[in-house]
Structures are given as structure tokens and as C-alpha cells.
Design a protein around this ligand. Structure first.
Ligand SMILES: Nc1ncnc2c1ncn2[C@@H]1O[C@H](COP(=O)(O)OP(=O)(O)OP(=O)(O)O)[C@@H](O)[C@H]1O
Length: 479
């Protein structure tokens, strides 16, 4: 650890901080905002690892060189000797008050052996915080080296969508400090705060986020056997299943971070709802069917509602729940449907109660919906686990789907037809849009290339879901 010794005697509160080994410098750190450089120190206990410790800046008003930021868990933080706002007076006996930060870099770069810092502590007391107890799930990819706003790129923490981060400090409203969950390295890195990132996304949104899920002008998209139904009505080219029309565009959603907590299902709890999402024809029904027949006692699916007349071979509550148009419309008004739509002058829909009834039988409910409805299902009651079934490359689609058939609304009878090249292209395009627009809601992505491989992966995912611990939104854990 850096040693602390008395200052020059007559200056009360003046520190000298000694580091045991030469400092490692970051001479090419960009000088952005008001921050100028980052110094690194070796602690006695980590002689072989470079530990980034703190950043400094020139105070705009006083011109003093002050400590701008202490990286949580780094050597400076663990030494407990320096704090944000402390003034740096000397480096190796050389006064730095009138120096520019770049010149201080030079002094440090030329230093050999132990480095002595002379620091005047700031008067401000550290406010105790609940640091290190908050976890967030990142909903976007972040690379500090691509970020023009970050005050110090080297101090940044890169992460990928879906990573779990432990928040170490929220003292700064713009730049939080965080580390990857489970990372043995105690030092935190800078990440944009939620508020700051939301503002940036909001400014960028026109190109990046608002991309309606409209694939082409072709009126394809089959009538789904599962009553996910078609994406668009054949004649009107309108989505048949809609909760709220505006949801399709999700302009209000700016995915940045979500606070999460670990959750493991207890034996006496209901199963988590499993939501399957994917483009038309990707094989959702096929995978769902295989799961269902693998254990009919364990897996279940919802029974859809319809206003069409019951056929002689059908039973109410088996193929469909048959209800009147009036009742259906009342239920729509009362938000009873997760999705609903109109096909050939009849309504079809999946009700929230139909999901509840599967779960009440102590079964795993397999539900496939359009991705924009997922956010309505993300509740404490359902704790949904969302699986995106993704198509493989177009070459693999051509190879694997040679004998497969798609039910297309281009055919009024809803009969199955072999896949066309257009079907493949639309499937891939639609999957890309789904992933870019809703990828932050997916807990798992399974590529349906070889059916058996995809099924085995799906089955393994289900098995783990029942026993393993997962990060879920904190709001799901407290009623
Ligand atoms: N991995 C695969 N390899 C080969 N054929 C597949 C594969 N997955 C699914 N299929 C076949 O592709 C066709 C479409 O699959 P499926 O009906 O399950 O798609 P879907 O996504 O549920 O679409 P829809 O909701 O329109 O029915 C079926 O003939 C199915 O057997």
C-alpha cells in the first residue's frame, strides 16, 4: 500500500503519499471535458497488476490540480489516503500548482523508483452510500473508446447488452462507476449514468431505435397455427394482432439499464412464463410441439378465444374458447387480451387469463407472441423468460427447409406451401429487425438451424430455468 508520512511539518493536514514502485502512466489519454490524465499505481499487494487509481483535473476557478475521481476498488481507493477534491501540491518535491496536467504527466513519466505526492485533503466529508449493493443489467453495448463524451477512456468499462454490472458509485450524476458482476478485480470503471445515456439515446433515436417492424411490402406472413396469427392482414396489410397500436413502434422505450436482483424459483412457486418470439416460419410451432409431446403433464399452451362459429368436431375450451363478438370487444376494452386480431371477419385472441389457467395447473406455459407485447408480460406475476428463435443463414435455410412448409396468408385456404426464396429473405430480415428493436428483452437466443440441436438447446434451457438462479428486474421480487 502507498505509505503515508507527515508533510513538511508546518503545513497541517498536508500529506505525502509514497508509492512503492514507479507509476505507470497513460500519456496518450485524451484531454476531454475537464479531465486530463489518469495515474496508475502499484500497491504492495498487487505488484504485478496495474491498478488504475484516480483521475485529476485543473480546477476552473482556483486553477489548482485536484483529484477528480477515485476509481472504486483501485489502489487509491483502497489506500483510503486520497479523496475527490483533494488538492495535488507536489510530485516528487516539484510544486505542481502552476503546472498544466500535461506537464505533471511529464514529471511522472520521468520519475524513477518511489513517487511522492504531496496532497492537501479537501474539507468535504465522504457521504456514506449504499455502494456495491446495486446490480443492473445492461440493455445496450458500450465501448468507452467509441465514446466521445467520456472524460477518460482508459477509466471506462466496456460491456455488452445483457451483462450484469455491479454499481460501485453513483456520486457523479453523469458517470457512474461499475464493475462486471463476479469480476475478481476490485477496481471499478466508468459507465454513462442511466439518465445521461437515456438523453443520448433520445437524441440519437430517429435512426437507431424507431424502426417499425415492417419487413417488406409483400403481404406474406402466414396465419399462425398458434394464433400468434399473421403479422399483417392479407388485404389491409395491417397487423392482425395488436395490443395497442403505438406499442409496435415503442418510441417511449429507451433501453439503457435495468436494476436486477438474483432470483431462483422455489419449489412451491408457479413456473415462470416462457415466451417464444421469432419471425414467421422460423419453427416456433415445431419446437413448441416437440416440447409439449415430450411431457404433456409438464408443459402447456394457452387456448385462444375466437368469435367464429364452432365447427362440429370442435369442443369449447379445447381448440378455442368460443365467445360472442360483443363479449370479445368488451374484453378488449378491459385489456383482457395479450394479443388479438381479426381474420376473415372474426376475432382471435390470447387472453391473460388463459396464461393464468395454464400456470394454475402447475405447468410451464409456452406462449408465442409478437415481440412488442413482451413488455406487457414483464410482471411479477409472470416473471417471463423470453427466448428468441432465430433463423440460421439463408444458405442453411435453403438446405434445412427443403421439405418444410409454411402456412401463408397469401393462400386464402391457409394451406401449407413449400418455402420460397422470398419467405427465407423475409424471415431473416424480420429476425434482424426484431433483434435490433427488442433484443434487450431476450433472455436467450436459440438459432433454429438443425431442428434436433435447436430442440435440445431449448430443452436444456427449460431444465436450467427451473433450478438455476437468474437476474430479474428488482420490481419482480417485491409486491
Ligand atoms: N430446424 C428445422 N429444420 C427443418 N425444418 C424446420 C425446422 N424448424 C421448423 N421446420 C419446419 O418449418 C415449417 C415452419 O415451421 P413452424 O410452423 O413451426 O414455424 P412457425 O415459426 O411456427 O410459423 P407459423 O407460426 O407461421 O406456423 C414446418 O414445416 C416445420 O416442420
Amino acid at each position: 500500500m502507498p505509505a503515508l508520512s507527515a508533510g513538511s511539518g508546518n503545513e497541517t493536514g498536508l500529506y505525502e503519499m509514497l508509492t512503492a514502485l514507479p507509476a505507470q502512466l497513460q500519456p496518450h489519454v485524451d484531454s476531454q471535458e475537464d479531465l486530463t490524465f489518469l495515474w496508475d499505481m502499484f500497491g504492495e499487494k498487487s505488484l504485478h497488476s496495474l491498478v488504475k487509481g484516480a483521475t485529476i483535473k485543473k480546477d476552473e476557478h482556483t486553477g489548482a490540480i485536484v483529484v477528480a475521481r477515485i476509481m472504486r476498488g483501485g489502489a487509491a481507493d483502497r489506500s483510503g489516503l486520497i479523496h475527490v477534491g483533494d488538492e495535488l501540491r507536489e510530485v516528487n518535491g516539484i510544486p505542481v500548482e502552476d503546472k498544466r496536467p500535461e506537464e505533471i504527466i511529464q514529471i511522472l513519466a520521468q520519475s524513477q523508483g518511489a513517487i511522492t505526492f504531496k496532497i492537501i485533503p479537501s474539507i468535504k466529508e465522504d457521504v456514506p452510500s449504499k455502494e456495491g449493493k446495486m446490480y443492473i443489467k445492461a440493455l445496450f453495448d458500450y465501448d468507452p473508446f467509441e465514446d466521445k463524451a467520456i472524460p477518460c477512456k482508459e477509466a471506462g468499462l466496456s460491456f455488452k447488452k445483457g451483462d450484469i454490472l455491479q454499481i460501485m458509485s453513483q456520486d457523479d450524476a453523469t458517470w457512474w462507476q461499475a464493475k462486471h458482476e463476479g469480476d475478481a478485480n476490485p477496481r471499478a470503471g466508468l459507465i454513462p449514468s442511466k439518465h445521461f445515456q437515456e438523453r443520448r439515446f433520445a437524441l440519437r433515436r430517429p435512426e437507431v431505435l424507431v424502426q417499425p417492424l415492417k419487413v417488406s411490402n409483400r403481404k406474406s406472413s402466414g396465419f399462425r397455427r398458434s394464433f400468434r396469427l399473421s403479422r399483417k392482414d392479407k388485404k389491409t396489410n395491417k397487423s392482425m394482432y395488436e395490443c395497442k397500436k403505438s406499442d409496435q413502434y415503442d418510441t417511449a422505450d429507451v433501453p439503457t439499464y435495468e436494476e436486477v436482483s438474483p432470483y431462483r424459483r422455489q419449489n412451491n412457486e408457479k413456473y415462470r412464463l416462457v415466451v417464444l418470439v421469432g419471425p414467421v416460419g422460423v419453427g416456433l410451432n415445431e419446437l413448441k410441439r416437440k416440447l409439449l409431446i415430450s411431457d404433456t403433464q409438464h408443459y402447456g399452451v394457452t387456448v385462444p378465444h375466437t368469435t367464429r362459429a364452432r365447427r362440429s368436431q370442435e369442443s369449447d375450451g379445447v381448440e378455442y374458447i368460443f365467445i360472442s363478438k360483443h363479449l370479445f370487444e368488451t374484453d378488449v376494452q378491459n385489456n383482457k387480451f395479450i394479443e388479438y386480431g381479426e381474420y376473415k371477419n372474426n376475432y382471435y385472441g390470447t387472453s391473460i387469463d388463459s396464461v393464468r389457467s395454464v400456470l394454475a395447473k402447475n405447468k410451464v406455459c409456452l406462449l408465442d407472441v409478437q415481440p412488442h407485447t413482451v413488455k406487457h408480460l414483464r410482471t411479477l406475476e409472470f416473471k417471463p423468460f423470453v427466448i428468441f428463435i432465430k433463423p440460421p443463414s439463408i444458405e442453411r435455410l435453403r438446405e434445412t427447409r427443403r421439405n418444410a412448409k409454411i402456412i401463408s396468408s397469401r393462400d386464402d385456404q391457409g394451406t401449407a406451401k413449400p418455402f420460397t426464396e422470398d419467405d427465407f429473405q423475409e424471415m431473416i430480415k424480420s429476425a434482424q429487425i426484431m433483434e435490433s428493436q427488442y433484443g434487450h428483452l431476450f433472455d436467450k437466443i436459440i438459432v433454429n438451424d438443425d431442428l434436433t440441436v435447436a430442440y435440445n438447446e431449448l430443452k436444456a434451457t427449460f431444465d436450467k430455468l427451473e433450478t438455476d438462479t437468474y437476474w430479474v428486474p428488482v420490481s419482480w421480487l417485491h409486491s
